[in-house]
Design a protein around this ligand. Structure first.
Ligand SMILES: [Zn+2]
Length: 393
């Protein structure tokens, strides 16, 4: 069953790549705001996916409703995102990122370069300042634990600058701290910073409502047994007025594949014996929230799932594909690998064990046999402003 799906996976990609690419382009466009929590980016994406399901003849489990609603708390940045270092503006997304749990902050501050253990500083010295932690030094005073302790001094210090070695990697915050942190890339000037001017606006939303989008194709004979295909559609959204994280590889690519598979199997001649559920999850980047909600409130009997295929990060493939849970289900992996070699689809398929790194995880924990596939090689952009649709043309 899985092998058949995988065969289609490769075949469909070749036959209708224009459609796949148009889906990725749409989901990455400015109108979708990085499919996060500013300007209803996630809702726009959910509606788009539902419309594509309808257009392609993918039906729904509960009458006329493709949406499974749920909510969670999220910290958002919809407006000002300005940082000046010693009078010079730096660019959001490229030169700095704001830590996702940061609160609103506005003002001009003195910066204190930290070169010894926190316990060696008196309150007078750190008071009212932003402290600068150079994590590239890799020594004890700059460890994660030390950062957390600095963060807890929120009654004394005004904020934290973390200097990062190579790459800025953003995420989604579901809580809000009392003081902000910004991360900047290491450069010649970072250890000499004296003054910081910031104007960052954040808004913490309790109970932000979002939805998983669920499509269904009934099987020919074994209607009560399911093959499930999943991919998350949410991404990181906006970091201020001018900065979007489009998430082309993560995971417009997986959603494009999900919709494409739905389109294929919805055609009468391709109908399977088993029923198929297509689930586009929300809230993945915020901590696998949508998939957790689904396994706790399933629309089908989880024990009736024959296999689940989760697709997250499918934009490349130059070096093949990796399968999480391969060692948990060796027979399924063996079939998949043989099929790949026989048809020469991908250079190689790698195998891994269990990992809590995408939406298959909660299903695996409930005993549902599942694979999570992601492609290897090519573009290395990840959770940054460089994960754009153009890279995958
Ligand atoms: Zn992802």
């Amino acid at each position: 069953m899985l092998c058949f799906a995988f065969g289609v996976f490769a075949e469909v990609g070749a036959q209708d790549s224009l459609y796949t690419r148009s889906i990725i382009k749409t989901l990455c466009s400015d109108n979708f705001h990085g499919r996060g929590y500013v300007n209803n980016g996630d809702r726009r994406a959910a509606n788009f996916i539902k419309d594509e399901f309808v257009k392609n003849g993918i039906s729904t489990v509960s009458l006329n409703n493709y949406f499974q609603d749920f909510s969670f708390s999220v910290n958002t940045f919809s407006a000002k995102m300005e940082v000046k270092i010693d009078g010079n503006s730096i660019e959001p997304g490229r030169d700095f990122i704001v830590q996702p749990e940061s609160p609103t902050c506005k003002g001009k501050f003195d910066v204190l370069y930290i070169d010894k253990k926190l316990s060696e500083y008196s309150i007078e010295v750190i008071k009212e300042k932003w402290i600068l932690l150079d994590t590239t030094r890799g020594e004890n005073p700059f460890s994660k634990e030390e950062y957390q302790t600095w963060l807890s001094l929120d009654e004394h210090i005004k904020g934290i600058i973390q200097v990062i070695p190579k790459k800025l990697t953003w995420s989604v915050g579901t809580t809000q701290n009392k003081i902000p942190t910004i991360q900047i890339l290491k450069s010649d000037y970072t250890n000499k910073i004296q003054k910081l001017e910031v104007n960052i606006q954040s808004k913490f939303i309790r109970k932000y409502q979002t939805s998983n989008v669920i499509g269904f194709i009934e099987g020919k004979s074994k209607k009560d047994s399911f093959l499930v295909m999943t991919a998350h559609y949410d991404h990181l959204g906006r970091m201020g007025k001018n900065t979007i994280f489009p998430g082309a590889n993560d995971n417009a690519s997986g959603i494009a594949m999900l919709i494409q598979m739905g389109k294929y199997f919805a055609q009468k001649e391709n109908q399977l014996e088993y029923s198929i559920l297509f689930i586009a999850f929300a809230g993945e980047e915020a901590g696998l929230i949508g998939s957790k909600y689904y396994v706790e409130n399933p629309w089908n009997d989880l024990t009736k799932i024959k296999f689940l295929l989760n697709m997250d990060l499918l934009g490349t493939g130059d070096d093949g594909m990796m399968v999480v849970n391969a060692t948990e289900f060796p027979n399924a992996f063996q079939s998949l690998d043989s099929l790949n070699i026989q048809h020469n689809y991908l250079p190689k398929i790698g195998k891994r064990g269990k990992a809590a790194n995408s939406d298959h995880y909660w299903f695996t924990e409930k005993g549902v046999p599942s694979f999570f596939c992601y492609t290897l090689g090519g573009i290395t952009a990840y959770h940054d402003v460089y994960d754009i649709e153009k890279l995958y043309r």
